[in-house]
Write a protein that binds this ligand. Structure first.
Ligand code: BTN
Length: 242
């Protein structure tokens, strides 16, 4: 990961760039990092704000890794674990994971991950993992679905972005390798860092809200919600504690 590295000052969105076949980037593991995104995207068509040169906004291309593509949620988990562990190792801050793929510190969001895929024929051949980490930003403006924070705010001083990026890429590669060799390693580690299991939650997807207890995560990374009618497998949605 990251042997092919593309650095740009400004771009619409690093995810859009790698998804677009016309750009001709086909090397799996390619990383595109931008100092500024003019159309940074979050999950569910939300806007991802990130101030210029203060944070990390980058995307990683996985190309024709068909075995891995059978486990898209685990790729998501690998990315969030990579970010969480990198922050813990470098700055000794305690992180928490929120399903499906947010990294939190002190209940505030430090990182968002957006996994997108594109198919040729009806087979996915391109998966892009977009990662936005709030690093040295100290003020946030705008409307947020979840309260944001940054490493600088939590750690108390500015940190070196290059070091953090290198650590994240290394860790991501480590976890990706685990998907094929020992996939329950990932779900196990993920569950250790998710402090919501056992809690009363609701899951919101569009206008539908489901209530229950966060029972578990299955082997593929789906959320198992215990409702009055039994266990329901949740594949998409925003989770909140009741
Ligand atoms: C979310 O929390 O909703 C996901 C946010 C993902 C943001 C990153 S920044 C790099 C990449 N490019 C984008 O346009 N989005 C992702």
């Amino acid at each position: 990961i990251g042997r092919n590295f593309i650095y740009v000052e400004e771009i619409d969105s690093t995810n859009s760039f790698l998804l677009d076949r016309k750009n001709g980037v086909n090397e799996s593991g390619t990383v595109v990092l931008a100092e500024k995104q003019t159309k940074g995207r979050g999950r569910k068509d939300r806007v991802w704000y990130s101030s210029k040169e203060q944070n990390l906004t980058f995307s990683i291309l996985l190309y024709k890794e068909f075995k891995l593509f059978e486990h898209l949620n685990l790729i998501n988990f690998s990315a969030s674990l990579a970010v969480a562990n990198s922050i813990e190792n470098l700055y000794q801050l305690r992180t928490e994971l929120k399903w499906p793929n947010d990294v939190l510190i002190n209940k505030k969001k430090i990182c968002g991950i957006l996994l997108e895929s594109s198919s040729q024929g009806n087979k996915i051949d391109r998966v892009v993992v977009g990662i936005g980490v709030n690093v040295n930003q100290s003020m946030f403006q705008g409307q947020f679905n979840y309260p944001p924070t940054s490493i600088r705010i939590e750690f108390g001083r500015e940190v070196e972005r290059e070091k953090l990026l290198a650590e994240i890429l290394n860790n991501f590669e480590f976890y990706l390798n685990k998907i094929s060799t020992e996939s329950n390693y990932i779900t196990r580690e993920w569950k250790e860092k998710c402090r919501m299991i056992g809690e009363k939650i609701y899951v919101k997807e569009g206008d539908i809200i489901k209530n229950g207890i966060f029972d578990d995560i299955d082997n593929e990374g789906f959320l198992l919600l215990r409702t009055k009618d039994g266990i329901e497998k949740i594949t998409i949605g925003d989770v909140s504690i009741v």
